[in-house]
Design a protein around this ligand. Structure first.
Ligand code: NAP
Length: 511
C-alpha cells in the first residue's frame, strides 16, 4: 500500500504545491520515541562542549542551505524574502547562542552546602545540587515562525543544548521548510558522530498523532507554540497522563499598549504602532492588538491620525487558510457589531489569502462588559479602547488576562504619576516595555517571552532567551556523595570552572 501523503499550500496563489510529504503513523511514532530514549542514554552524558559543537554544526548545515530554505519557505508561507532571510539569521544566531550556553555550562545552576560534621545537636550533611536533562522532549512548531519557532527553533535548541533528544511535530503549513531543516540536523548529527535518535520528527494530519505524542510514556516534557485551543487541549491530555509532565505552551496575547498624553501627541507613536500592527500581516504573538487611552482631545486626534495611517496600509497574505478564515470572520463580526466602531481598513493585495489591515475603536465601558474584547485576533488588527477616566483604565487592567507583553508610551514623569498601572501590568505580563512596540523579541540572556495563563501555561518560564533551557532540565541534589560519583559541576575542584553558589555565596572557587 502506498503511504498516505499531504501537500502544502501556497497562500499567494491559493494552489497546493506539487511535493508530497509522507504522513507518519503510530508505529513510526513509537519507533522514534524508542530511538530517542536510547539516544538519551548517550546524549545526557555528553559534555557541554560536545553539545555546543553539535549546535554549531547544525547552524553551519542550515547556513549551507539558506537559498533552498528561502525558495521553499517563501512559497509555503507567503512571507517576504526579507522576513525569511531575517528569521534564518535569527535561527542560526539562536543555535550559536545556545552553543555558548552549553559550552560554558552556567545553566547547570550548581549549588553546594558543605558539611558541618561538628554541628550540634545534629551534624549537617554535605548537600550539592545541579540541573540534569529531563529526557525526550516533544516540540510543536508554530505556523508563524517557520524557522525560529519550528523544527530547529527555540524549543528544539534549548532542549538539545541541555542534553535532551527532541521529537518535532512538524507544522503542516511549512513541511518543505521542515524537511530542509530536519535534513540539516540529521547531517549535523552524522558529522558529530552522535545517535540519530537525538532528533526526529513526525508529520501528521488531524490531531490523533499529536495527542499520542504528548501522551507517550517516553516523552518527558512538551514545548508548544500555537493557538489557545490547541495548547489547552494538549495541556489537558498531558495533565491526565499517569505521570503528568511539564507542558510549556506559548499561546495567544493581545499585548496591551497604554498611551499617555505626550505619546498621543507624538507623531512617531502613530507610525511605530501602525508598522508594528501590519508587520508580517500582524501574525505575531507580540502583535499590539489592544491600545488603551483615556478620552481627551489628544485621543480623538490620535484616532484620526491612526485611521488615516491604517487606510494607507497595504495588506499582506495570511499564513494559511484557517488563519485567513478566522481573521475574515473576526472582521465581519466587528463590522456588524455595534460595540465596535470600525475606524478604518487598508487595502488587500491581489494574492489569494490577502487581508485588509484594520483598526477599531470602543469605549472602556463596552470593553468591560463584552465577552470577546481582549481576546487575540490573529492578524493585522488593533482595538483602541478609550476610557472615561483613570479608574476605568485601572479596572480594565485588572480584568485583562495574562499577556506576553505590556507596553507604556509617554514620558518618565507620566510613568511615575501612573505607577499603579505599571504595578498592575507587572502582575499580568512577562515583559514590560517602555516607549517601544512589542514586536521584535531579542534573543538574549535577560529576555522573557512568557507570562501568566492564558499567554502561556507555565508563567515561571520563558520560551525565548537563554533561560529557555531551564524548562527541559530538573534539579537533583546529592547528599554526602563521594567525589568520584558527583557530576563535574559539583566536584570539589570545579573542573568546569563555573560560578557556583557555595554556602550561599556565588564564586568560582574550588573547595
Ligand atoms: P495551532 O492550530 O494551535 O497548531 C500548532 C501545532 O499544534 C500544529 O502542529 C497543530 O497540528 C498542533 N495541534 C493543535 N491542536 C492540536 C490538538 N488538539 N491535538 C494535536 N495537535 C494539535 O496553531 P497555528 O496553526 O500555529 O495557528 C493557529 C492560531 O494559533 C492562530 O490563528 C493564532 O490565534 C494562534 N497562534 C498563536 C501564536 C503565538 O505565538 N502565541 C503563534 C501562532 C499562532 P495540526 O496543524 O496538524 O492541527
Amino acid at each position: 500500500m502506498n503511504p498516505k501523503t499531504i501537500k502544502t499550500f501556497n497562500p499567494r496563489t491559493g494552489d497546493f504545491l506539487d511535493q508530497n510529504y509522507i504522513l507518519s503513523n503510530l508505529n513510526d511514532l513509537n519507533e522514534k520515541v524508542s530511538d530517542a530514549q536510547l539516544a538519551f542514554m548517550v546524549y545526557r552524558n555528553t559534555s557541554g562542549n560536545e553539545r555546543a559543537i553539535l549546535l554549531e554544526t547544525i547552524a553551519e548545515e542550515i547556513e549551507s542551505v539558506t537559498e533552498e530554505i528561502l525558495a521553499i519557505t517563501t512559497l509555503e508561507t507567503g512571507l517576504h524574502a526579507g522576513r525569511i532571510q531575517g528569521e534564518t539569521v535569527r535561527t542560526i544566531g539562536q543555535l550559536r547562542l545556545f552553543a555558548e550556553v552549553a559550552r560554558k555550562e552556567f545553566w547547570l545552576d550548581a549549588v553546594i552546602d558543605t558539611a558541618l560534621p561538628d554541628r550540634r545537636p545534629l551534624p549537617k550533611s554535605d548537600i550539592r545540587k545541579c540541573l540534569i536533562p529531563i529526557g525526550p522532549v516533544a516540540v510543536f512548531g508554530a505556523s508563524n515562525f517557520p524557522l525560529a519557532f519550528s523544527t530547529a527553533g527555540g524549543d528544539t535548541v534549548s532542549a538539545m543544548a541541555s542534553g535532551n533528544p527532541v521529537i518535532v511535530k512538524a507544522h503542516n503549513s511549512h513541511l518543505g521548510t521542515h524537511e530542509c531543516i530536519a535534513a540539516a540536523i540529521t547531517r549535523a548529527l552524522e558529522r558529530c558522530n552522535l545517535p540519530k535518535g537525538i532528533f526526529s520528527s513526525i508529520i501528521a494530519k488531524g490531531n490523533e498523532l499529536g495527542a499520542a505524542l504528548v501522551q507517550h510514556p517516553g516523552i518527558k516534557a512538551v514545548g508548544f507554540t500555537g493557538s489557545y485551543s490547541g495548547g489547552t487541549v494538549l495541556l489537558d491530555l498531558v495533565s491526565k497522563r499517569k505521570d503528568p509532565i511539564p507542558f510549556y505552551g506559548e499561546m495567544g496575547s493581545v499585548n496591551p499598549i497604554i498611551l499617555f498624553t505626550s505619546a498621543l501627541k507624538d507623531p512617531k507613536t502613530v507610525s511605530s504602532l501602525i508598522s508594528s500592527i501590519n508587520l508580517g500581516a500582524g501574525q505575531f504573538c507580540t502583535n499590539p492588538g489592544l491600545i488603551l487611552t483615556i478620552d481627551s482631545e489628544a485621543t480623538q486626534s490620535f484616532c484620526l491620525r491612526m485611521t488615516e495611517a491604517i487606510e494607507q496600509c497595504v495588506g499582506e497574505v495570511m499564513l494559511n487558510k484557517a488563519i485567513y478564515d478566522s481573521y475574515e470572520a473576526n472582521m465581519a463580526e466587528i463590522s456588524a457589531e455595534k460595540s465596535y466602531t470600525l475606524l478604518g481598513q487598508g487595502t488587500k493585495v491581489a494574492d489569494a489569502l490577502s487581508v485588509k489591515p484594520s483598526l477599531a475603536l470602543t469605549s472602556g465601558k463596552k470593553f468591560l462588559t463584552h465577552p470577546k474584547m481582549g481576546k487575540e485576533i490573529f492578524g493585522p488588527f488593533s482595538l483602541i479602547v478609550s476610557c472615561e477616566n483613570d479608574n476605568e483604565l485601572s479596572e480594565i487592567l485588572m480584568k485583562i488576562e495574562g499577556q506576553l507583553t505590556f507596553s507604556f508610551m509617554g514620558q518618565e514623569k507620566e510613568f511615575n504619576e501612573q505607577a499603579h498601572l505599571i504595578a498592575l501590568a507587572k502582575e499580568k505580563a512577562g515583559r514590560i516595555i517602555f516607549n517601544g512596540v512589542p514586536t521584535g523579541v531579542e534573543v538574549g540572556y535577560a529576555m522573557i517571552h512568557g507570562g501568566p495563563f492564558p499567554a502561556t501555561t507555565a508563567p515561571n518560564s520563558t520560551s525565548v532567551g537563554t533561560d529557555a533551557i531551564r524548562r527541559f532540565a530538573r534539579p537533583v541534589c546529592y547528599q554526602d556523595a563521594p567525589q568520584s560519583l558527583l557530576p563535574m559541576a559539583l566536584k570539589d575542584n570545579n573542573p568546569l570552572e563555573i560560578f557556583r553558589k557555595i554556602n550561599g555565596k556565588w564564586c568560582q572557587d574550588k573547595i
